[in-house]
Design a protein around this ligand. Structure first.
Ligand code: LLP
Length: 403
């Protein structure tokens, strides 16, 4: 089915996020099939794209959710994710978040420090409950990715060292209010090399074996997220190679394997559409100024991330141009030296692979409304979030205005 993106943008205006739900289905199925024959649960990392309809689509396919705030937990539940498929991770959970997670009886809380474990124990005691927990181990492995999205080195703030994890498990095992059921690691995002995952999984699996000797029975082996995607011409990790590596590391262990892919599920399923406002030339430099900005899609500005950009249905000889937004920052760009044909007002550009960490990292900087989001499923389009209005943006301030 061919989608007329120009018509779509005419209808919903720009800038606009569009997601191909069939592609998300394809990604989910490919990964799930690679786990065939083993106990597994795919906990979609909601932070990558937390639109309720995206989560609901994955929930219908059987996915669980990996959440990093109680807001994300609520989204997952609202979208129809089974409570026993929800895990709550993150280095800094507040007491009220812990309490709500325990009340809602989700699968488990991933803990990232001894202090946090004591806090969870205290809250569980207050509620007269037993908290199912998992501990995030920092295996000190270099994931060979961008430093901002590397998380598995001791210099990163995430997880605890192996020895500390062991001490925490021994403590939790004795506690009336803690039930250590899982183990977790996540070494980074946009991983294109399997080796670091293999190494980390082997280290963590050894820990599970030594815990077994202490009569601590780990049921869930959570390998985190991080599978890379193609933005440009990267070689990425095939689902079968990924699961094979995990099977190898966990050989002989009777565990359910959990993974937390975010980007893998949604990045390539999404595109960001923006219309040309103006062209201008500053000396030698050609600029294409568009109606989307860094507030809508910050990855190029924040990580210098590459997103392929093309003009939709415009022919002509291409020359390099910087594609920039209207925000008052020099860092407000989507691409540098992008080969583009001559463009005129209202021509449409597509920024590819924007389905992950696109809308979820959008802001209202410069009082710009967050874009609308549209889903395409079996050739049919539907709005899954309307464009914000000015009124939406001032709603929480208006009643306090003193003039
Ligand atoms: N699990 C944990 C514990 C995580 O911290 C993350 C991502 C994931 C799973 C999902 O990782 P994924 O499968 O999507 O790689 N904003 C950055 C990415 C930050 C990732 C943070 N953690 C970006 O736009 O590249």
């Amino acid at each position: 089915m061919k989608i007329d993106f120009k018509a779509l943008v005419e209808k919903y205006d720009s800038p606009l996020y569009v997601y191909d739900f069939d592609y998300i289905t394809h990604r989910y199925s490919a990964l799930k099939e690679a786990f065939a024959g083993k106990k597994s649960l795919i906990n979609y990392a909601v932070k990558a794209n937390s639109n309720l309809s995206v989560i609901a689509h994955l929930a219908k396919l059987g996915a669980g959710a990996d959440c990093v705030s109680i807001g994300e937990v609520r989204r997952a539940l609202d979208a129809g994710v089974d409570k026993y498929k929800i895990i709550f991770s993150g280095v800094g959970k507040r007491d009220d978040e812990i309490e709500e997670a325990l009340q809602r009886d989700i699968l488990m809380l991933n803990l990232e420090s001894e202090a946090e474990m004591k806090r969870v124990e205290m809250v569980a005691k207050k509620l007269g409950k037993e908290a199912r927990i998992s501990i995030r181990v920092n295996p000190n492995i270099d994931p060979q990715t961008h430093p901002y999205i590397s998380t598995g080195l001791h210099e990163n703030k995430f997880g605890v060292e192996i020895d500390m994890a062991k001490r925490m498990y021994i403590y939790a095992k004795k506690s009336e209010h803690l039930n250590p059921v899982g183990i977790h690691f996540h070494i980074g995002s946009q991983l294109t090399n399997l080796e670091p995952i293999k190494e980390a999984a082997a280290i963590v699996a050894d820990l599970v074996r030594s815990l077994g000797a202490l009569d601590i029975d780990i049921k869930f082996f959570d390998v985190g997220g991080g599978i890379g995607v193609v933005y440009d011409d990267e070689k990425t990790i095939a689902p079968e190679a990924y699961t094979e590596a995990i099977f190898e590391a966990t050989k002989g262990l009777d565990v359910t394997i959990l993974c937390e892919p975010g980007r893998y599920m949604v990045a390539n399923a999404g595109a960001f559409f923006t219309r040309v406002l103006y062209e201008k030339q500053n000396g030698e430099k050609r600029f294409v100024i568009v109606d989307g900005g860094m507030n809508d899609l910050i990855r190029p500005s924040l990580y210098n991330a590459y997103h392929k950009i093309e003009a939709v249905g415009v022919e002509g000889e291409k020359s390099p141009a910087d594609v920039v937004g209207p925000v008052c920052e020099s860092g407000d760009f989507f691409g540098k030296d992008v080969p583009l044909p001559p463009l005129k007002h209202n021509d449409l550009l597509v920024v590819h692979s924007a389905g992950a960490y696109g809308f979820t990292m959008a802001s209202n900087y410069n009082t710009r409304p967050k874009p609308a989001e549209v889903a395409i499923e079996e050739g049919k389009e539907r709005l899954i979030r309307r464009r914000e209005t000015y009124e939406d943006q001032i709603a929480l301030e208006k009643e306090y205005l003193q003039r």
